[in-house]
Design a protein around this ligand. Structure first.
Ligand code: FES
Length: 169
């Protein structure tokens, strides 16, 4: 099962740190952006519970906060995995079977594009041309490129490597 948002309880102690920060800048103008930055620093992402909390505590409309959080790419509303998998769906990769690569990864991880695995290890994304079309079809995990994935049977082993690293850490 995918985990897009983990529920953060109302009594999560981290809200106290956030409230203290909001109090410390309460007399300043235009602080939505820096409060959201602080909140993301504390929680790692900005789930709806956090946005609602800020809205209540700071007395600003939720829609305003949501607008800022979705406008700036520095913010993420869903929990990110430790590793980001980007499957290139650019033309060169697409004609060489990128959709099958994507389907295989989705099938193994049991998540859709934009989701994070339950264990928090992987977030799956699409990409538009990763700049190495000669190696198509291509998948990137963090900064590492995996090329020529025409043979789909390579994929489970690649993903297992990350799982094993996790176990050995
Ligand atoms: S189209 Fe996939 S790397 Fe260029």
């Amino acid at each position: 099962m995918a985990k897009n948002n983990s529920i953060i309880a109302d009594n999560d102690p981290r809200f106290k740190d956030l409230d203290q920060y909001i109090d410390s800048i309460r007399n300043e103008e235009g602080t939505n952006l820096i409060v959201l930055q602080k909140a993301q620093g504390i929680f790692g992402f900005l789930p709806i519970e956090v946005l609602k909390h800020i809205s209540d505590y700071k007395q600003v409309p939720l829609s305003e906060l949501y607008g800022v959080a979705t406008f700036y790419s520095q913010f993420t509303l869903t929990k990110r995995g430790k590793h980001t998998i980007s499957i290139c769906l650019g033309t060169a990769c697409y004609v060489r079977g990128a959709q099958k690569v994507l389907d295989k990864v989705k099938d193994i991880l049991k998540i859709e594009v934009g989701e994070t695995t339950e264990d928090g290890l992987f977030t799956l994304e699409n990409a538009r041309c990763l700049g190495c079309c000669g190696l198509a079809p291509v998948m990137m995990i963090d900064e590492q490129v995996y090329a020529n994935l025409v043979d789909l049977e390579k994929i489970p082993g690649i993903l297992d490597k990350y799982r094993e690293e996790e176990v050995n850490e």
